[in-house]
Design a protein around this ligand. Structure first.
Ligand code: 3PG
Length: 395
């Protein structure tokens, strides 16, 4: 990979693909992580004298101009994060965009309207890619979290201009390589979440690549049921029992230890502070449901973590949104943070729920790396090639 160190930025028009698809509620940005992580790349390019033209998608307007999905509210947020003015163009291609670019001086920053307002974006239409390329001399992609999409602004345009990864893209790729590409062993992976069916490829890839695979969340219920444990009213996928057994057999063949819960916290309803108790996995009452893993399981996980050099984490252990069912997730998160600073554990986490859970546990800043990506992080864990990354490698 070459990076922007190799780029002559002075006076260049740089098209910067960002991921400004940030969480917004009632018109207010509720999480600025992606904006804050993107800011250093913009600042560096601007300070080197580039004319920075930022493009991004936001939400899923499906090729139509949907006013609620405008990127305009990001102008102020970006400007605040950068501490410099940010200009605005009401379209990302065509005369309006071209005029806004022409008005830029060296070191100035411009934000273009949502790329997904044009149907050509998601179709990776060559005409759309050419219209974007026309705006700039160089392309920089800092949107790792959108790199699993082969769209005009993430893939097509990279064939038409000299293309470089931005600083955030570089950091993501470096962290992910340290986790699964060429990791220090032993490697432990923690995978939680509700369903095996949505994480099948991921589980298959991990059993081939990690030493210990810890399974938590409701998907553990499916594995336990497949082993013959009655799971009461717990959430599980009855049609996935054969699949769960196949995954366990594959793991054994690959010398990967699968660690399943040994105890569970059960309640009769999914509600905050619902009466609950801890039971062994073979003692789940018929009328109750598992909502978290118990303390003995947490201890087993911590033991594996103390022996590990690398951790990859995706998905919480329990229903962490509703206390006290956040207990195991918070306890493991705190151990991971501790081992990262005291024992040199390389801890890499990602995925939407995982990031919320780590923030809830107050350890976001204490892991080695927390990815800003959701879907892209999962596809990468599945071992897939991300089109937005591949094109930078070959560019
Ligand atoms: C994300 O938030 O995961 C990315 O911005 C991709 O968004 P998408 O799933 O709408 O393509």
């Amino acid at each position: 990979f070459r990076n922007i160190d190799a780029m002559d930025a002075q006076g260049k028009r740089v098209l910067l693909r960002a991921d400004l698809n940030v969480p917004v509620r009632d018109g207010v940005i509720t999480d600025r992580t992606r904006i804050e992580r993107l800011a250093p790349t913009i600042r560096e390019l601007a300070e080197k004298g580039a004319r920075v033209i930022i493009c991004s998608h936001f939400d899923r307007p499906k090729g139509k101009r949907v006013p609620e999905m405008s990127l305009q509210p990001m102008v102020e947020a970006l400007s605040a994060a950068l501490d410099r003015p940010v200009a605005w163009a009401e379209d990302c291609i065509g005369p309006q965009a071209e005029a806004a670019v022409a008005a830029l001086a060296d070191g100035e920053v411009l934000l273009l309207e949502n790329t997904r307002f044009h149907a050509g974006e998601e179709k990776n239409d060559p005409a759309m890619a050419a219209a974007l390329a026309k705006l700039a001399d160089v392309y920089v992609n800092d949107a790792f979290s959108a790199a699993h999409r082969a769209h005009a602004s993430t893939e097509g345009v990279a064939h038409l201009l000299p293309a470089y990864p931005g600083r955030l893209m570089e950091a993501e790729l470096k962290a992910l390589d340290a986790a699964l590409g060429n990791p220090a062993r032993p490697v432990v992976a923690i995978v939680g979440g509700a369903k095996i069916s949505t994480k099948l490829e991921l589980l298959g890839n991990l059993t081939r690549r990690v030493n210990v695979l810890v399974i938590g969340g409701a998907m553990a219920n499916t594995f336990l049921a497949a082993q013959g444990h009655p799971m009461g009213r717990s959430l599980q996928e009855a049609e996935m029992h054969d699949t769960a057994r196949t995954i366990m057999a594959e793991a054994q063949a690959a010398n990967c230890e699968i660690l399943l819960p040994v105890d569970l916290v059960v309640a009769s309803e999914f509600a905050a502070q619902a009466p609950h108790r801890t039971v062994a996995v073979d003692r789940v009452p018929q009328d109750m449901m598992a909502l978290d893993v118990g303390p003995d399981t947490v201890e087993l996980v911590e033991k594996r973590l103390r022996q590990a050099s690398t951790l990859v984490w995706n998905g919480p252990f329990g229903a962490f949104e509703i206390p006290p069912f956040d207990t195991a997730t918070v306890a493991v998160a705190q151990s991971v943070a501790g081992l990262t600073s005291s024992a040199g554990l390389k801890s890499i986490a990602g995925g939407g729920d995982t990031v919320s859970a780590l923030r809830h546990a107050g350890v976001m800043e204490r892991l080695t790396y927390v990815s800003s990506a959701g879907g892209a992080f999962l596809e990468w864990l599945e071992g897939k090639t991300l089109p937005g990354v591949k094109v930078l490698e070959t560019a």
